[in-house]
Design a protein around this ligand. Structure first.
Ligand SMILES: NC(=O)C1=CN([C@@H]2O[C@H](COP(=O)(O)OP(=O)(O)OC[C@H]3O[C@@H](n4cnc5c(N)ncnc54)[C@H](OP(=O)(O)O)[C@@H]3O)[C@@H](O)[C@H]2O)C=CC1
Ligand SMILES: O=C(O)[C@@H]1CCC=N1
Length: 286
């Protein structure tokens, strides 16, 4: 296998939000050429036409063409929903070969189960990315099956580092990565929705409210990144004794803000495990 993504063919099986976030990042950052990226889905033709027109990726609308794109790929990215894994893998396994590198983004699905369901000896990279990969600010956790070579590890890291940061973890830790950074953007959006709602209720125009909220979140995240200070210390610097922030934080504490976030992260991690276990429950992991 070649050492740069640019020379390889990558097929995305699944054309949803996560697949698009990754291939858009790869294309816009010029890490992979669109004419070497194939995107396959189950039935949504309009979606494939839109993706083809927008990014110039390769698509096919018939089964034979889709199978040919999969068979020709050097890297196959598994990007369907957990509920569709069993049916799609049953079809997919006939078109894969052990020379290919398989990259899964499917929450909760273990390397052992992927190996067993696809009846494959192919090397497998299990990942947990997030949708911020779309703008090059993704955060991805990765684990490798024993058969992934050093070169293939490099390619997988290149793929996800080109759309953000990537960190290699032991496979069981991917569930907590899911709770933190996989699902995490949604918690931040939820927080922003609440902040904007309060701003509007307090009298600001919607657009003004949104602009102030976005800049506040951006500014706070960049402060942590650039100053390298502990968020707790940065929080202390905003909080004047007996001032407005202290009153607000006390209100958040009264509503178990911190506990709510901690519980949410652990619940998402637990849910990832449940979802993985619910896929082909009878199958013996390899
Ligand atoms: N969204 C996120 O923030 C994240 C998602 N993930 C993981 O990414 C995966 C995909 O999620 P997401 O992108 O949100 O899902 P979407 O629902 O947006 O997309 C799923 C895609 O899978 C396709 N698909 C379903 N069955 C098949 C099949 N048999 N063959 C080929 N394609 C098929 C669908 O095609 P069609 O529309 O034609 O049915 C659709 O294009 C999930 O496993 C999720 O756990 C991981 C990290 C973050
Ligand atoms: O909600 C989900 O199941 C997926 C996995 C991580 C983010 N979205």
């Amino acid at each position: 296998m070649s050492t740069t993504l640019q020379e390889l063919r990558i097929a995305f099986v699944g054309a949803g939000s996560m697949a698009e976030a990754i291939f858009r990042g790869l294309i816009e950052n010029k890490v992979a050429d669109p004419d070497r990226i194939a995107v396959i889905n189950r039935s949504d033709r309009d979606k494939l036409e839109r993706l083809q027109a927008r990014y110039g990726v390769q698509v096919s609308f018939d089964t034979e063409g889709k199978n040919a794109l999969i068979a020709a790929a050097d890297i196959v990215v598994l990007a369907m929903k957990p509920k569709d894994v069993e049916s799609s893998f049953a079809e997919l396994k006939q078109h894969l070969s052990s020379r290919q590198l398989l990259v899964s983004v499917i929450a909760g699905l273990s390397i052992g189960k992927i190996t067993a369901l696809l009846e494959t000896d192919a090397p497998i990279v299990r990942t947990m990315p997030n949708t911020s990969s779309t703008i090059g600010l993704g955060a991805t956790g990765l684990s490798f099956s024993a058969g992934v070579s050093a070169e293939q590890r490099g390619l997988a890291l290149q793929m996800f580092e080109s759309v953000g940061i990537a960190t290699v973890v032991d496979e069981p830790l991917l569930d907590i990565v899911t709770g933190v950074s996989g699902s995490g953007p949604a918690y931040v959006y939820y927080f922003m929705e609440a902040m904007t709602k309060a701003a509007v209720e307090g009298g600001l125009a919607e657009q003004e409210a949104r602009r102030l909220t976005v800049q506040t979140v951006l500014g706070a995240a960049r402060m942590v990144e650039l100053t390298q200070e502990d968020p707790a210390e940065l929080r202390r610097k905003v909080t004047s004794p007996n001032g407005t922030t202290q009153a607000a934080l006390q209100t958040l504490d009264n509503h178990q803000f911190c506990e709510g976030i901690v519980r949410a992260v652990f619940r998402a991690a637990e849910r990832a495990k449940e979802m993985g276990e619910a896929i082909a429950p009878g199958v013996n992991q390899r």
